[in-house]
Every structure is written in structure tokens, then in C-alpha cells.
Design a protein around this ligand. Structure first.
Ligand code: FAD
Length: 330
């Protein structure tokens, strides 16, 4: 089979490139040896999105520039990606399994009559077909699919963002479809209230679950996050109880995190929660129940009472006058 032609759709918020873009390029390059990866950047006139992507690891960078593409407008994005995919006819179109990719991927697959595999954690070419492993039931199960090429996939965020490459991709301007008279207009864009930190971008995330018992006890977890230089996240019940804002929820109906370290305190590890931590490098769990499912996904497990373990961790971090995490890594 000739080298696979893969088209990856970049993501950005305002003009800032989303880390998932780099992960998608790295994953696309691994789909098949010798694959030729093109990265498609949609941006507003003069925005720096494309410039920030030249070293993302793609062989070429395709740029579509239009006012309607300055921020994510589902109709403008879907129509543009559809048009580019129709003309370039890649063997594989790759989107993130993100709010954007979950709209663009299925749209293009439907309009071009291509098979779609969504929420994939592994994708490779086997015997001229695409073999995909996808997450279902909130991440509790994995299903294997075999798709005819050309196809469309949305990829779950996994692993650390790929490093910048020394190689600089060639930039090509791409013709646009007619984006006049769009039925959808972006009237406002409201940034989530993240407080002191964004759980999707922090290196260290301290998660707290129902084991914390009382909202007054959250101060303990905030203190731990503070001494570790991280941010506090939570399981869904704490959001349902209105103890924490939704922006802090990790999981299938919350956010996916890609932290270097995730410290889960008093969290059982339900499948819907675990669906949000697949991209974490090191998971540390503190739970008084040795049979809690969180331990099945942890690299380090502490079976104990968080009200004893967390103060001891805070004291230790203070004693070392800094972050346990960076001290450990140094
Ligand atoms: P529990 O399951 O009650 O676990 C509490 C844990 O704390 C237990 O393991 C217990 O042993 C431990 N514990 C108690 N006291 C202590 C102590 N003193 N010291 C140490 N450990 C202690 N959940 C999410 O998190 N994110 C999602 O995005 C999400 N989406 C969902 C979507 C759907 C459609 C559905 C149906 C559910 C979803 N859920 C989600 C909920 C999920 O199924 C679980 O109910 C939830 O994750 C459990 O939260 P928890 O681990 O905090 O609570």
C-alpha cells in the first residue's frame, strides 16, 4: 500500500493553539509507517494560529483564513473541513474527540459518505483497513472496529503533548468554500471561570471525591494543591452537590485532563471518572478502601484515610520547602 495521506484538524481557542492539536499530529504520525500528515489550521485573518503550528510535526501545514473562522463556528468549520477533505481526499481525516471534533468529524463523514470511528484510543492500518479501538460506556469498555479506507476518526486525548519538531512544515494557503450567508453566527464567546487554574492545562491536579465528606474539608485539598503547585479538580458528585463548579469536574461529562501527576483523594474511580484521566502520566490514589477501582488505574496507591494521609503529605512538602512533585522528578 502507498503511504497513507492523513489530514488532521487543528484546534485553537482565540488564537491560542490547544495542546490536543499536538497530540493529534503525534498520534496521526504513528497510524502507519511513512504516513504523510497534513495539518489543517482554520484561522481569522492575520491570526497567529498557523505560525504556532509549523513545528507541530506535520509534513505540511494547510491554512484557511476567513473572518468566520476566527473562533469556532460549527457551521463554518464543518463546511470548510468538508470542502478541503472533498478536494484533497485524504485516506484518513483525524479530529480530536473534543466539542469541536465531535461536530466536525461526524459532519464530514456523513457528507462524504465515509465510515467514522469516534473516541478512539488506538488507530492503525492492518491489511489495508483501519483498525480502531474506541471507548464506549463512558470508558468502561473498549471496542475494536475495522473500517474501510478512506475513513474519519475522532481521537481521545491521550498522553503528554508532543514535543515541538526541529523540522518546519511548509505552509500552503488553501482555497475556501463560500462562507457568505452562514446560518450560524457566533454572538458571544464565554471563557470558563477557572478561578486560579485550568485543570486541563495544569501539570499537577489534585482530585477530590465524596470521601471528603463535607465542603468545609475542601480547604485541606486546596492546601495540598497549593503546596504541590497544582490545581483542585473533583468527581461529579461534588459538582452535583454544588460544592465545586463544573469546570473542575474530571470525567466523561466533565473535562479530560493531561496532567503529569493526578492525585485522587477519596475518589472511588467510577468508569465515568476514569474516562477523564487517560492522558495523565502518573496517577496517585488515596482511598481507604483497598478494592476501590481507582487503584486499577493508579501508578501509586495509598490505602488509608485521606484525613491522615493528606496532612502528612502537606507537612512533607512544606518540609522540603517546595513541590514534592518537582523534588521527586529532579
Ligand atoms: P464515591 O463513588 O462515593 O467514592 C468515594 C470514595 O471515597 C470511596 O471509594 C471511598 O472508599 C473513599 N473514601 C471515603 N472516605 C474516605 C477517607 N476518609 N479517606 C480516603 N478515602 C475515602 N463521575 C465523575 O467523576 N465524572 C464524570 O464526568 C461523571 N460523568 C457521569 C456521567 C453519567 C452519565 C453518569 C451516570 C455518571 C457520571 N459520573 C461521573 C458519576 C460516577 O458514576 C460516580 O458516581 C462518581 O464518579 C463517584 O464519585 P466519587 O468517587 O467521588 O464518590
Amino acid at each position: 500500500m502507498t503511504a497513507l495521506d492523513i489530514l488532521v484538524v487543528a484546534e485553537h481557542r482565540a488564537a491560542e493553539v490547544e495542546p490536543v492539536t499536538h497530540q493529534l499530529v503525534a498520534l496521526a504520525r504513528a497510524v502507519s509507517p511513512g504516513a504523510r500528515v497534513s495539518l489543517l489550521a482554520l484561522q481569522g485573518p492575520g491570526a497567529g494560529v498557523a505560525a504556532a503550528l509549523t513545528r507541530a510535526g506535520a509534513h505540511r501545514l494547510l491554512v484557511c483564513e476567513h473572518e468566520a473562522l476566527a473562533s469556532y463556528n460549527p457551521e463554518a468549520y464543518c463546511r470548510t473541513v468538508e470542502d478541503v477533505a472533498r478536494r484533497l481526499s485524504p485516506d484518513l481525516l483525524v479530529c480530536g474527540h473534543t466539542f469541536q471534533g465531535m461536530e466536525v468529524g461526524p459532519w464530514v463523514a456523513a457528507r462524504l459518505g465515509r465510515p467514522l470511528a469516534s473516541n478512539c484510543v488506538e488507530v492503525c492500518v492492518r491489511d489495508g483497513r483501519l483498525a480502531a479501538e474506541r471507548l464506549v460506556y463512558g470508558g468502561a469498555w473498549q471496542v475494536g472496529l475495522s473500517l474501510a479506507l478512506p475513513a474519519v476518526v475522532t481521537l481521545a486525548r491521550r498522553g503528554a503533548p508532543a514535543k515541538q519538531e526541529a523540522h518546519e512544515a511548509d505552509i500552503e494557503r488553501v482555497e475556501l468554500p463560500d462562507l457568505d450567508g452562514l446560518a450560524t453566527e457566533v454572538v458571544d464567546s464565554i471563557a470558563p471561570q477557572m478561578g486560579e487554574g485550568d485543570i486541563t492545562r495544569s501539570d499537577v491536579v489534585v482530585g477530590v471525591g465524596r470521601g471528603i465528606r463535607d465542603p468545609a474539608n475542601l480547604a485541606l485539598i486546596e492546601e495540598l494543591a497549593h503546596v504541590l503547585g497544582g490545581v483542585v479538580a473533583c468527581s461529579r458528585p461534588l459538582v452535583d452537590l454544588e460544592w465545586m463548579p463544573h469546570e473542575r469536574q474530571v470525567g466523561a461529562s466533565g473535562r479530560e485532563i493531561n496532567a503529569r501527576v493526578y492525585l485522587a483523594c477519596g475518589i472511588s474511580g467510577a468508569a465515568q471518572h476514569l474516562a477523564g484521566i487517560g492522558g495523565v502520566q502518573t496517577v496517585i490514589a488515596i482511598n481507604k478502601d483497598a478494592s476501590a477501582p481507582i487503584f486499577g488505574m493508579s501508578h501509586v496507591g495509598v490505602v488509608g484515610d485521606l484525613f491522615e494521609v493528606v496532612p502528612a503529605l502537606i507537612a512533607e512538602a512544606r518540609k522540603r520547602r517546595g513541590s514534592l512533585v518537582s523534588t521527586h522528578e529532579g
